[in-house]
Design a protein around this ligand. Structure first.
Ligand code: KG4
Ligand code: ZN
Length: 380
């Protein structure tokens, strides 16, 4: 059976993203970042995000279709596999002709930002007479490790039910969310715990803002932490959030406040580079210890067959290494996205989530009424 060709759109926060997939294979993954717009504010400004999405969305969608078409030249059965002049003369099929569905993120995310992607997807689906698939952004992060690169002969491709056994335990760590989810099957998710206040990425972003270092904070903190002294933790000890709680929730706002007090105590003094490096390392370690502690607890409670990791903070090498160590201790395989571009926000992961919905014919019944769901969460 021919795998469906899906165009997916994500405008949930500050990246305008579109991707084309054939089944779980990613043919294109285009992302227009708004970092330059928001960095002077130290965080995302919703109405500026909306305007930037509106300005970029058509270009990003066109670019995703074009790149996928170029990829198609090397793929049998794709419209692009014919020589281009001959195809033009014969008025052969274009990629938009052969799409099988349009997918879009409906939440969670910033309401004004989500609206832009939904309006575009709805218009495209109506114009091309295609089914519309509504995707939960966090399900996208959760399934991002199942995306496949567009290269033949991928070894050990993670295939649900074949090379991947259920239940799986997913840890999703992004700028808006920190969640532990038990995956009984694709589409059957049980939220085990989540942050009670700030998300892990948000806490890293806020630390960078307090230190006037820029946005997004996560990559900056990771870079600084690399330069810290081996004694950083002893020099600037920070509390590990929720270390003694028996549930699977997280909390990062206390950690942020502890760091703020340490910075405020230095009032009047210029912060030395050594101090900044050590604070970054100690903060990063506290975040990692909190995540590993809860992962450990969740593994003991649920006995999963493997671990899925997704979300922007998982791009952090130190945090990833600590999480892998926990999984190794329980002899569990860890599934991660194949490319760095799939950790932070992107539409390729939305295309993968949409693929599984396509197989179940889980289409939007009334596209005209499709609305954004800024606080969408996993239901079980
Ligand atoms: O998944 P994502 O792109 O967006 C949301 O859905 O929120 O995650 C963005 C978050 C930001 O807080 C950013 O600082 C963090 O991921 N992040 C990182 C790294 N790269 C991005 N955090 C730690 N280390 C990194 N290398
Ligand atoms: Zn995200």
């Amino acid at each position: 059976m021919k795998q469906p060709l899906i165009l997916a759109i994500d405008t949930s926060c500050d990246e305008t993203a579109a991707a084309v997939s054939r089944g779980r294979k990613i043919l294109s993954n285009v992302i227009a970042s708004q970092i330059n717009i928001h960095k002077k504010y130290g965080g995302v400004v919703p109405h500026l995000a909306k305007r930037a999405h509106q300005e970029k969305i058509d270009y990003v969608v066109r670019e995703a279709l074009m790149r996928a078409r170029r990829q198609g030249r090397t793929l049998k059965g794709m419209p692009g596999s014919q020589p281009s002049r001959a195809r033009r003369q014969a008025k052969g099929p274009t990629l938009t002709d052969s799409l099988d569905a349009i997918a879009v993120t409906v939440g969670p995310g910033l309401a004004p930002a989500l609206e832009v992607g939904i309006a575009t997807a709805r218009k495209l689906a109506a114009y091309l007479h295609l089914p519309l698939i509504a995707v939960n952004h966090m399900e996208g992060h959760l399934l991002s490790p199942l995306a496949l690169p567009n290269t033949p002969g991928v070894k050990k491709s993670p295939t649900p039910g074949v090379s991947i056994k259920f239940p799986l335990l997913a840890l999703l760590v992004s700028g808006g969310h920190t969640q532990l989810v038990l995956v009984h099957a694709i589409g059957r998710y049980q939220l085990l715990g989540e942050t009670l206040d700030d998300a892990a990425g948000e806490a890293l972003d806020k630390l960078a803002k307090m230190l006037k270092l820029g946005y997004p904070g996560g990559p900056i903190i990771e870079e600084l932490a690399r330069k810290a002294s081996p004694l950083a933790i002893a020099k600037i000890p920070l509390p590990v959030p929720m270390q003694h709680s028996k549930d699977l929730n997280f909390s990062f706002s206390g950690l942020k406040t502890a760091a703020l007090y340490i910075i405020q105590n230095k009032k009047g003094q210029t912060l030395s580079l050594n101090f900044t490096h050590n604070l970054a390392a100690s903060f990063q370690k506290a975040v990692a210890d909190s995540l590993t502690g809860k992962l450990e607890l969740a593994i003991k409670k649920t006995q999963p067959k493997g671990i899925l990791l997704g979300g922007g903070v998982i791009s952090n090498l130190y945090i990833r290494r600590q999480l892998r160590r926990v999984a190794r201790g329980h002899n569990l395989p860890v599934y991660l996205p194949f490319s760095k571009k799939l950790f932070t926000d992107n539409a390729a992961m939305i295309a993968v989530a949409a693929y599984f919905k396509f197989l179940k014919k889980d289409f939007v019944k009334n596209p005209k009424k499709l609305d954004r769901q800024p606080s969408l969460n996993f239901k079980y």
